[in-house]
Design a protein around this ligand. Structure first.
Ligand SMILES: C[S@@+](CC[C@H](N)C(=O)[O-])C[C@H]1O[C@@H](n2cnc3c(N)ncnc32)[C@H](O)[C@@H]1O
Length: 208
């Protein structure tokens, strides 16, 4: 991989996978939102978790009712996920290069991964999610709530880390321009960083 920003993120999560998992709450407001997606899906639905990390708590929770595929580009995260969520399938891949066929999934969720990708690529990610969702498919996505072109910190859980995202208004406009219908959007406070938050959206690809 020759994209320096993605390398910061991939190497970072390889180094901090266990620490990040230990810091991840299993029942915070963001995690509870997954039930809003789950209750709209039939048992056995095909669901993609894009940037799944160690698969806990999100992939694991969904794997109780659905057929899960988790994708992450960090080897350490995928190793942990395969151990912790044996019922799901995991793929080591960059989520900006997902080559699943059109209409592959009933739903996609993505928690705290898109915000680690240079924001100039966010529109293409949303367009690809739209393509691989079946008509009437749902996506629960975590996006930026404020305008941040680029941020690199030297010590995030002990490693270098990178973030990049748009503000809520821009993200909501991009989703609509991509073709999604908005079901709801919510700003969820970041428990680890007082005063900041993320935009969570539940969107639908229009029915046929
Ligand atoms: C903050 S962690 C969140 C993990 C998990 N979604 C959760 O909620 O616990 C972000 C994850 O996104 C992954 N990630 C970031 N950019 C990615 C990319 N371009 N392709 C695949 N995975 C990516 C990282 O490796 C990391 O595991």
């Amino acid at each position: 991989m020759n994209d320096p920003e993605k390398e910061i993120v991939r190497k970072g999560y390889n180094a901090i996978a266990e620490k990040y998992l230990a810091s991840r709450s299993e029942d915070s407001a963001d995690v509870q939102l997954i039930d809003e997606l789950a209750r709209r899906l039939p048992p056995g639905a095909k669901v993609l978790d894009a940037g799944c990390g160690a698969g806990v708590p999100i992939t694991k929770r969904l794997s109780e009712s659905f057929s899960m595929t988790g994708v992450d580009f960090s080897e350490a995260q995928i190793r942990l996920a395969r151990r912790l969520v044996p019922r799901a399938q995991f793929v080591l891949q960059d989520i900006t290069h997902l080559a699943f066929p059109d209409d592959s999934f009933d739903a996609i969720c993505s928690y705290y991964a898109i915000i680690h990708i240079p924001r100039g690529e966010h529109r293409a990610i949303l367009q690809n999610f739209y393509r691989i969702l079946r008509p009437a498919g749902l996506a629960l996505l975590c996006l930026g709530a404020n305008d941040l072109e680029r941020d690199v910190v030297e010590d995030y859980l002990g490693s270098r880390m990178y973030w990049s995202h748009y503000d809520s208004k821009t993200n909501l406009r991009m989703l609509t321009e991509t073709g999604f219908d908005l079901i709801w959007s919510r700003t969820v406070a970041d428990e680890s960083s007082p005063g900041s938050g993320h935009l969570f959206v539940l969107v639908q690809k229009p029915p046929p």
